[in-house]
Design a protein around this ligand. Structure first.
Ligand code: SAH
Length: 396
């Protein structure tokens, strides 16, 4: 039952109920159970999952008190989510996409990604965890309706956020056969190997697909520096678009090894594709000292902000790499700069980049605002779902 007046966010269909909004929990619900939410005046507001350890105490499954939150409901939610991706799914040149994007698809905490014939799920919350077995059964039943084959469904519930819910790490096969060491996917005109067992997130940064396609269009003939390159996504795209050469920088040897394989697989070998293991903050300084120059620089760092307290420090980090990148760009060069931190507001990020350009004494235009790919939509009632912000800038 809610405290008086605390149903406001639910009326706006925001799916999170914080601890402080709740007057009391009636009955003896267990972690992850589906509970009915009542206003202080006992009016039913819908159904959500309870997470006793998390500050986000309840995540809503439905805002309709009449909904029966059962297997049939789950199947309906999954069908809706998959149907929303129909255009992407029916494109034979794209064999990987996010099928279920958690809150944004009305399924808080549940992520399902498709890598060709292998599916990978991530259950981030107590409520999501609660559905594990039924999610597997329901997915297996629903996928064929969309012409999607599933050789195996692999679980990657190893994200840090699970600890806040009091959930252990859970990784392994849930259905079908073990995935191959690398799952091959097609993304437009290029192919990537994805390590669904140990790769970041569920194996690949699907959220950057649309931005990689932009890089592919605009890097023709250019010298590109791809910072935080992971398995080479932006680099392979740029080379496919006719980039003259790309230098990839990442701190992870495993990521760089797979990146090299991805370049080879697409026929980009030798000097056109260089790989360098190192800390981007240091490598950028070294390049500055060597007066190296590039036509396009991509900055796609990991999440720098994990709490409000780390925002200041993160801001300094973003400013530092963006300032250095501006210094390394030839006049008229392009900066693709991203922040995947949900806690970094888009306007603040833009200000940080503006300050960085100012410090570098480079006149800089914002050419295009970028965001996450179309299969990572944002519910307007849940703006937190928009986490990946990017700016394409011209640096004169
Ligand atoms: N752009 C990539 C995804 C980048 S993910 C794509 O489209 O696929 C962020 C990457 O930054 C990871 O591969 C991680 O290994 C790397 N990384 C994190 N901190 C780093 C640092 N200080 N220097 C270099 N690489 C770093």
């Amino acid at each position: 039952m809610l405290k008086p007046g605390r149903e406001k966010s639910l009326l706006r269909r925001h799916p999170w109920l914080f601890e402080g909004a709740i007057a009391r929990v009636m009955g003896n619900s267990q972690i992850g159970d589906t509970v009915q939410v009542l206003t202080a005046a006992q009016q039913p507001m819908g159904w959500g999952s309870i997470s006793p350890r998390s500050q986000i105490r309840v995540r809503m499954w439905s805002f309709d008190p009449e909904t029966v939150v059962d297997e049939a409901w789950l199947a309906t939610q999954l069908r809706r989510a998959i149907a929303r991706r129909q255009v992407l799914l029916s494109d034979p040149n794209h064999t990987a996409c996010r099928l279920v994007a958690a809150e944004s698809d009305g399924l808080p905490g549940i992520i399902v990604d498709r890598y060709d014939r292998v599916l990978v799920c991530q259950l981030l919350t107590a409520g999501a965890n609660h559905w594990r077995d039924r999610l597997v059964e329901t997915l297996v039943q629903v996928l064929p309706e969309f012409g999607l084959a599933c050789d195996g469904l692999y679980e990657r519930s190893d994200a840090d956020v699970r600890a806040k819910e009091g959930l252990p790490v859970q990784v392994g096969l849930l259905h079908g056969v073990e995935p191959p060491e690398l799952v091959e996917i097609q993304e437009g005109s290029v192919r990537f190997g994805v390590d669904v067992r140990t790769g970041h997130k569920t194996g690949f940064y699907l959220d950057q697909r649309d931005n990689r396609a932009i890089a592919q269009q605009v890097c023709t003939g250019q010298e590109v520096l791809n910072c935080f390159s992971y398995t080479g996504g932006f680099s392979v795209a740029a080379l496919a678009g006719g980039a003259a050469a790309v230098v990839n920088v990442d701190s992870s040897t495993a990521a760089l090894t797979l990146s090299e394989a991805n370049h080879q697989q697409n026929g980009f070998e030798g000097d056109r594709a260089q790989h360098r293991q190192g800390d981007v903050f240091q490598v950028l300084r070294q390049f500055r000292d060597e007066a190296r120059q590039f036509d396009t620089i991509i900055l796609d760092p990991p999440k720098f902000v994990d709490s409000q307290a780390s925002l200041q420090r993160a801001a300094r980090g973003y400013k530092d790499i963006n300032r250095l990148a501006c210094l390394l760009l030839r006049p008229g060069g392009t900066l693709f700069t991203f922040s995947c931190s949900g806690l970094m507001p888009a306007d603040l990020f833009q200000k940080i980049v503006a300050d960085a350009a100012l410090d570098a004494r480079r006149e800089t235009q914002l050419v295009q605002r970028l965001g996450q790919s179309v299969d990572h939509p944002t519910l307007l009632s849940f703006p937190e779902g928009f986490y990946l912000k990017g700016l394409r800038c011209r640096v004169d």
